[in-house]
Design a protein. Structure first.
Length: 146
């Protein structure tokens, strides 16, 4: 990890902070995608909880996501409550090489499943960067099945 990792995660936390309380039952998540030192996509969970931050950031990044690093404030979902591709599947399919996660998610739709899916797809996963700062975002979040 270098100072750029911290800078990008702080940006993801700032994006999520702006959506706290606006994402229904879903947590406010921030995602920043960086390729070769350039931000190619960034987003926060949309109002009402959909689409997820990773989904929006990947759409912005397009082919720029291939080989990139994604900085995500909360573990990407490993399954979707309404079906469809999970964020971990989307990140892997886009060719993201590395995912840096601030904190794990206790939800039954994540809870290690998201990071496991990423690792099985040979994506490098790191957890815990600025964890204390990110956890403050989720003080009021009550994950499903936790």
């Amino acid at each position: 990890m270098d100072h750029h990792d911290h800078d990008h995660m702080r940006r993801a936390i700032a994006l999520a902070h702006g959506r706290v309380g606006l994402t229904a039952e879903n947590p406010a998540v921030g995602c920043v995608i960086v390729c070769e030192g350039q931000v190619v996509g960034e987003a926060a969970t949309a109002e009402g909880g959909r689409p997820h931050a990773e989904e929006q950031a990947l759409a912005q990044a397009g082919e720029g996501a291939r080989g990139a690093t994604a900085y995500v404030t909360l573990e990407p979902c490993g399954a979707r409550s309404r079906g469809g591709l999970s964020c971990s599947e989307r990140l892997a399919a886009a060719g993201v090489a590395r995912v840096v996660v601030a904190c794990a998610d206790a939800s039954t739709l994540a809870a290690g499943l998201g990071t496991e899916r990423l690792r099985k797809a040979e994506v490098d996963v790191e957890i815990g960067l600025l964890e204390a700062e990110a956890k403050a975002l989720y003080a009021g979040y009550r994950p499903r099945g936790a």
